[in-house]
Design a protein. Structure first.
Length: 317
């Protein structure tokens, strides 16, 4: 009975600490900064998608004009619909233009933006968010008070759980903003792109965006927890951020068991890359093995970080 009571008290303590950390996540300027960063990047890439579509269509018209005037090609022959399907000098340009215009559809465009977020921008922002949010008590000199009042275990669990909640909320917010942005761009530019010669894939259903959303949340959680662990171990986020950014962009994927490759191996079979950013294919790893290794990696990081932090004195920070 005593053990059960102690367990209930521990759960209640974690719950109270988590509520406080969640309130901080929603009202902190770091959440606003991350959301603003995503909005700025998505707006820029959305306008870039329109520019790419216009350029692809213009290139198609120029090449078709040249082939028609100098080679006597009909359009159907030039795209491979003639008697000789191998004689199709315009086929790749024609397909690329159709995919580029498909990227201007509201849902497909939003998915393209979320894919850029997942593979390029998100890891940096989420790592930074995790590193900064997890060390706020050390920054504001409140760690010793919270450790005494709430306990290290409750504090550590609460930090990790609130980061997962914040990452999920940021990703959903990013998807909603992407949908609003791509819808606005689509309504604005739909009459400015000549699609008469194109075969444009239809817009995907909203459920088609769910795999990309889930993968973006997974990627965000992994890098946010990685940022948390690195910043807690080294006590200051400014020590680890430059190293992470340099390593993420400059160090190539070292093996098929590199976390970046494992995340790609999970994502690639469930995503379509149409008219937007197309990352390189990952080295082959089974989905189950990739998921298991990532879970073990996260569990190992958290366990090692907690073991080190629990042996530190809160009064020396």
């Amino acid at each position: 009975m005593t053990t059960e009571t102690a367990s209930k008290r521990s759960i209640c303590a974690i719950g109270r600490t988590l509520r406080g950390d969640l309130r901080y996540q929603w009202v902190s300027r770091h959440f606003l900064y991350a959301a603003t960063s995503f909005a700025a990047v998505m707006s820029a890439f959305s306008l870039g998608a329109y520019a790419s579509a216009r350029a692809a269509v213009d290139s198609l018209h120029r090449e078709w004009q040249f082939l028609h005037e100098d080679g006597g090609y009909t359009f159907q022959r030039a795209i491979g619909n003639g008697p000789d399907t191998t004689d199709a000098p315009l086929k790749e340009t024609w397909e690329a233009a159709g995919q580029a215009v498909a990227g201007l559809h509201p849902v497909q465009g939003a998915v393209n933006l979320l894919q850029v977020l997942c593979f390029v921008i998100g890891p940096i922002v989420f790592f930074t968010y995790g590193a900064v949010a997890a060390t706020r008590d050390a920054h504001y000199k409140t760690l010793k008070f919270r450790v005494v009042r709430e306990g290290r275990r409750a504090l550590f669990v609460s930090r990790a759980a609130s980061l997962v909640a914040a990452v999920t909320a940021l990703t959903v917010t990013a998807l909603l903003f992407a949908l609003a942005t791509t819808t606005a761009v689509h309504l604005t530019v739909s009459d400015r792109v000549d699609t008469r010669l194109l075969r444009v894939p239809p817009d995907m259903s909203f459920t088609g965006a769910l795999p990309t959303l889930a993968m973006t949340v997974t990627t965000g959680v992994f890098f946010a927890l990685l940022g948390m662990c690195a910043a807690v171990l080294f006590r200051r986020p400014l020590y680890v951020l430059p190293v992470f950014v340099a390593g993420f962009f400059l160090v190539p994927i070292l093996s098929r068991f590199d976390p970046r490759n494992l995340l790609m191996a999970l994502a690639y079979p469930h995503m379509e890359f149409i008219g937007g950013f197309v990352p390189p294919a990952p080295r082959p790893v089974g989905e189950f093995l990739a998921a298991l290794l990532l879970l073990l990696g996260v569990a190992g990081m958290l366990a090692a970080t907690y073991a080190v932090e629990s042996r530190r004195s809160a009064y020396t920070t």
